[in-house]
Each structure stands twice: as C-alpha cells, then as structure tokens.
Design a binder for this molecule. Sequence first.
Ligand code: HEC
Length: 160
Amino acid sequence: MLAKRILTATGAVAVMGLALAAYAADSGPHDKAIKARQAMFQTYNFNLGILGAMAKGKMEYNADLAAESAANLNAAANFGQSAYWPVGSDSATLGKERTRALPALWENYADVGEKAKALTDATAILNVEAGKSLEALQGAMGAAGKSCKGCHDDYRAKKN
Ligand code: HEC
C-alpha cells in the first residue's frame, strides 16, 4: 500500500516534470511580445483575406462586411507597437521556428517606419473605399497588398 502510494507520488512528480519541461520548451524570452505581434499580423491577414476574396469575385461583395473588414485592418495597422519588438526577439537570436522577424528590422528603423506608413496609408484609403462599391474596393486593394509584401521582402524570413 505504502509502496503503491510512493509509486503514485513518484508518478505524479514525473508527470509534473514532463509538464514543466513542455512549458519550458514552449516558452522563452519575448514569447508574449512575439505572440502579440503574430496575432496582429493574423488580424491583418484575416481581414485582408476577406477583402481580397471579394475583390477577386471568390466571395460575393457585401458592402457592410467590406467596410467592417477594412476598418478592422486599418485599426490593427495603427496599433502602437513599442512593446511588440523587444531587442533580441529576432530570428537569428531565437530561431526561425519562434519568429520570422529578421535582425535587419532592428537595424533599419527608419525604413521599417516607412514600410509601416505605406501600410497605414493604404489601409486608410481602403477604409474609405471598401464599403462604397466592388469597383472602389478593387481599386484600393493593390496598394494594401503591396505594402505587406514590401515589408516581408526585406524583414520577414522565408518559411524554409
Ligand atoms: C512593417 C513591416 C510589415 C508589414 C507592413 C506587414 N508585415 Fe507581416 N510580418 C512582418 C514581420 C517582421 C513578420 C514576422 C513576425 C514574427 O514572426 O515575429 C510578419 C509576419 C506576418 C504573418 C505571419 C504571422 C504568424 O502567425 O507568424 C502574416 C500572416 C503577415 N505578416 C501578414 C501581413 C499582412 C496581410 C500584411 C499587410 C496587410 C502585413 N503582414 C504587413 C512584417 C510586416
């Protein structure tokens, strides 16, 4: 009985150890900031995806949803990001599986700022145009898509 209890207790400790190890493997410096910025980018992607599907005729144009998605995108594009990019949270320091943010981003703040401004300029226009008509949405899509790519080309590591 006692042996069984000891075994059970040992088992519990072992399980806890495993759980802790899993937690440690899944957490590292700057994980919260990295998750927050990746969630922000997913928000960009989701809303731009809806607008893109409508613009390409893969989804029926809906003025209300287009306006809402453009407003969401524009709001997310205007997030203050002072705490989102701590020094040392780059792909060279932490590995590409944790973050795809290239170290170059921390070395070129002025250029990154311009690329971010290209995004906020484009999403401001989308925000005005998207709910007017399909043609207006289509006319405003190009600049937004280009602003994403413009930054990814220089500051986001390729997946493989
Ligand atoms: C100013 C630079 C910049 C702009 C503008 C930008 N991105 Fe990114 N994006 C990045 C960087 C850097 C990463 C890598 C972040 C990381 O892994 O820590 C990234 C990552 C992503 C990811 C992957 C997120 C994840 O879950 O790992 C998506 C999706 C994405 N961006 C979509 C977009 C879309 C859509 C736009 C335009 C509406 C956009 N981005 C505009 C720099 C930018």
